[in-house]
Structures are given as C-alpha cells and as structure tokens.
Design a protein around this ligand. Structure first.
Ligand SMILES: O=C(O)CCC(=O)C(=O)O
Ligand SMILES: [Fe+2]
Length: 345
C-alpha cells in the first residue's frame, strides 16, 4: 500500500518473559465461552480481559498497524495449553467434540489490537478461528493443510473483502524441524519495478487455472483475470499468489520476474510452540516450504485468525463477521470438495 511504511529486512521479534507469560495466562483465565459455538460472547470476554495482553506485545502490534514497524512481527513464548491434545487428522469441524483448545483467547487477544475478526462463509465451516494442520487428503492442494510447498501468497486475495492482517499462533511446532513459514516484503519489490512493469501488473491479465473456468484463454480454463496492482480508496493494493498465470506473453515475463524477486528477499521462520506470527497482508506475502507430515497426532498445528479494519467499523454486532467468498464457484473441483466435505477427511 502506498502508506509510508518500514521495509521488512528481518522479522522483528518480541520474546515475552516467563513472568509476562504467566500473568497473561492468568488474565485470560476467565474466558470460558467456546469460540466455535458462541464467537461473539467469546470475543466479549476476550475484550473484557484486554489488559492481560503483555504491554510490549500491544506496543509491537500497534507499531505494525501504524506502519512504523515492518509488516511482520513474531511474538515468542506465549502461553499454550499444557495438556494440548494430539494434532487432529481430520478437518477441525469434522471432530465429534468441538470444544475450544484453550489457546484461542491468546490469539484473539492479539488480534483484538489490530481490528475485527472476520472470515468467509465457505471456509473452515464458518469458524472465526481456523485450525491448520496437515490433512492427508489436502496433501497436494494450495491449502494451509497441505504438505507440498505452499506458494507465496497474499491471504485470500481478489475478494471484495480480503484480510488486512492475519495472525498465526503455533500450538505445536513441526517435530521434524522442517517447516518454515516464508514471508516476503512484496511492497519493497513493487517499489523497485520500472513504470512499464508496473503498467503491465496494473492490467487484468492474471488468473488461476481451474476446471470451473470463467474464461478459456489458449485452451486453458481460467478464473476471471485480475490486476496484481490495483487501487482502492486511493491506496495501492498488491495481490499476488505464486500460482497465478498470465494471459499474455509480456505479462507472463513480468510475473516471472516479480515472482523471482519476491522469493529472493523472502525470510524464513520456523514457528515453534508459543510463537505468534502477525502479518500485514497489504504489505507482505507469505507461504511455507514442503513438509513431510506423519498424520499420527504429532504434526505441526497452527491456529489462525483473519482481521479486517474496513468491514465492521469497530461497532459491536452479533453478525456480519462472515462474508461470502464470491470466487468459490470458480475454484477447482478438488478445492471445492475439500471445503465442502470436511467429514470425509
Ligand atoms: O503453514 C504456514 O506456515 C503458512 C500457513 C498459511 O499460509 C495460512 O494459514 O494462511
Ligand atoms: Fe496463508
């Protein structure tokens, strides 16, 4: 975005002390509502306990939000439920017992500094807290529950409402030590491009391949072509995903160059238990390397929340946190199936 902002060269880290962690744990102790069943009541309790969040964490989140700090922040040593259950092997919403894990209030306390939690009706059974871990049936998809390389992406791009921020809380690190979340300052890359490249990226020439296409170009079924650079309310918006394809040759060359540059300046971070990675989705893109899950209850487990600063206007309300993903109908069949039939996985 064109708001002046600090470039990301290294992800700033705030590591809280054992004392801060235990005080935070105690402070959010009264949060008892189940976020998967009564999200508004849960959030009300989290907000009542907002003073529990360590001050240094609040300050760092505010710096990220204001653009005075880079578009990524890593908070370490947050409290995680001591009796964390085994990592599920099926989609979270397919579990027989949808009780809270106990870490949701940690995540929501941080998110609360940034804006309003929201999500998409079609995703994660309409939950506002997403549980992400490897699922065998998702192995090859571009989903957080995959095992193949998760290509660099803007979170949920090209939607009427895309997240302004996202937060990933690590409940269990990858036991193999392989998993690395990748973050890249795409704003810095775009700022370094020449006018010709910028002009190409600003044209609707980029799309995803799909078997439920809106258009066919050179025999390929594609989603509606979009610009990678657009403007919203006078602000530049960059939306990029590693598996976008171009519908023209010159656009393909510019896309390749952008992809190479974004990857070249990416920073890797191996999330471990108690780590929270907060990302400004308008400034950075993120992804993850390929992993080898064992699907035996020991795999890496993240909880995620998406945040908007535009949708809800900060007013207290009991609905409207779920927006429809209008791109759903053009998703490839395997994506739709993975989203529609959680019980089968
Ligand atoms: O697994 C990761 O580290 C990244 C996950 C991700 O991109 C997401 O959940 O949005
Ligand atoms: Fe993501």
């Amino acid at each position: 975005m064109s708001k002046s902002s600090e470039p990301l060269t290294e992800i700033p880290v705030v590591e809280i002390s054992g004392e801060e962690r235990e005080s935070f744990r105690r402070g959010i102790g009264p949060v008892s509502e189940n976020p998967y069943e009564a999200f508004e009541s849960f959030l009300t309790q989290v907000r009542r306990a907002e003073k529990a969040l360590p001050e240094r964490v609040r300050d760092a989140l505010e710096a990220l939000r204001s653009g005075k700090a880079p578009g990524a922040l890593l908070v370490r040593n947050l409290p995680i439920t001591p009796d964390l259950p085994p990592t599920p092997e099926r989609s979270f919403s397919a579990l027989p017992d949808l009780t809270a894990v106990g870490t949701e209030a940690v995540l929501a306390s941080a998110v609360n500094v940034l804006g309003e939690p929201f999500s998409y009706l079609e995703w994660d059974s309409g939950h506002l807290v997403h549980n992400k871990y490897p699922i065998r049936a998702h192995r090859d998809l571009q989903f957080g529950s995959n095992a193949v390389e998760f290509l660099l992406h803007t979170e949920t791009p090209f939607r009427d409402v895309s997240p302004d921020y996202l937060a990933l809380l690590c409940l269990r690190g990858d036991p193999t030590g392989q998993a690395k979340t990748r973050v890249s300052d795409i704003t810095r890359v775009v700022d370094s491009l020449d006018d010709d490249a910028l002009a190409v990226l600003s044209r609707p020439l980029y799309a995803f391949e799909t078997d439920n296409p809106l258009v066919i170009v050179d025999g390929r079924g594609l989603t509606e072509p979009q610009p990678i650079i657009s403007h919203r309310d006078g602000t530049r918006v960059i939306e990029y995903v590693g598996d976008l394809v171009a519908v023209e040759e010159e656009a393909a060359r510019v896309l390749d160059d952008l992809g190479r540059r974004v990857l070249a300046i990416a920073t890797d971070v191996a999330l471990s238990q108690g780590d929270l990675l907060v990302l400004d989705n308008s400034r950075v893109v993120h992804g993850r390397n390929a992993i080898v899950p064992s699907y035996d209850g020991t795999d890496r487990w993240l909880q995620r929340m998406l945040v908007t600063t535009r949708l809800l206007g900060g007013e207290p309300r009991t609905d409207g946190r779920l927006v429809s993903d209008r791109r759903y109908a053009n998703y490839p069949n395997d994506y739709q199936q993975a989203l529609r039939q959680p019980a089968a996985q």
